[in-house]
Design a protein around this ligand. Structure first.
Ligand code: 5GP
Ligand code: ZN
Length: 183
């Protein structure tokens, strides 16, 4: 397991770290009994990428087969209002080409996502008069992903909103030893 680095060369070093721990008999199990080296969430390999998935609701929205409230569109993206909004103006950035999640998203598309989020969010602040915006992106069911077509949530926040605790979390009970182990 590795949290502190992201590039592939370093990932392989971390892999060796896990092997070393195994050889030294260090317990790699998680509190729920699942080995930390067993990946439960198997993201699609990079490069496995299809234009469209016929069973995907967002692909149907992008194709105009299912109606949506579209607030922005360009060659690569459609931005729609979420049908089950967490707040007034909750929007979703959808790449037009189907990719199940962040791991399947081509880097070229990924590089365009944050500038677009910034542009749309700035527009939202102006138009909606919101006091803040959460930019959120879920990968895998354990992370709350329900639609398996990559998307970014733009969730406007209002000082006076009823659901103040929306998108906040309590601190998990992780010991210093566990923190050290996952490094
Ligand atoms: P996830 O939980 O996968 O991160 O978010 C999926 C989001 O898609 C949810 O917030 C849900 O309300 C929204 N959603 C699901 N189906 C539709 C739909 O048919 N139209 C629109 N506009 N939003 C949808
Ligand atoms: Zn799709």
């Amino acid at each position: 397991m590795l949290l502190s680095v992201v590039d592939r060369d370093r990932l392989s070093l971390a892999g060796r770290g896990i092997e070393e721990k195994r050889e030294r008999g260090i317990d790699l199990s998680r509190p729920d009994g699942v080995k930390s080296t067993e990946r439960r969430y198997a993201p699609q390999e990079k490069g496995v990428f299809e234009m469209r998935d016929d069973n995907c609701i967002f692909c149907k929205i992008i194709a105009g087969e299912i109606p949506s409230r579209t607030i922005y569109e360009d060659d690569d993206f459609k931005v729609i209002l979420d049908a089950g909004p967490a707040s007034r103006g909750h929007a979703l950035i959808l790449p037009k080409e189907h990719a199940a999640d962040l791991f399947a998203l081509p880097d070229e598309t990924a590089a365009k996502v944050l500038p677009l989020a910034k542009k749309v969010a700035a527009h939202m602040v102006e138009v909606l008069g919101c006091d803040g915006i959460n930019v959120l992106q879920n990968n895998g069911e354990a992370a709350g992903q329900t639609v398996h077509h990559f998307h970014v949530h733009l969730i406007p926040r209002y000082e006076n909103e009823q659901n103040k605790s929306l998108l906040t979390w309590g601190q998990a009970d992780i010991s210093d030893e566990e923190m050290d182990e996952i490094m």
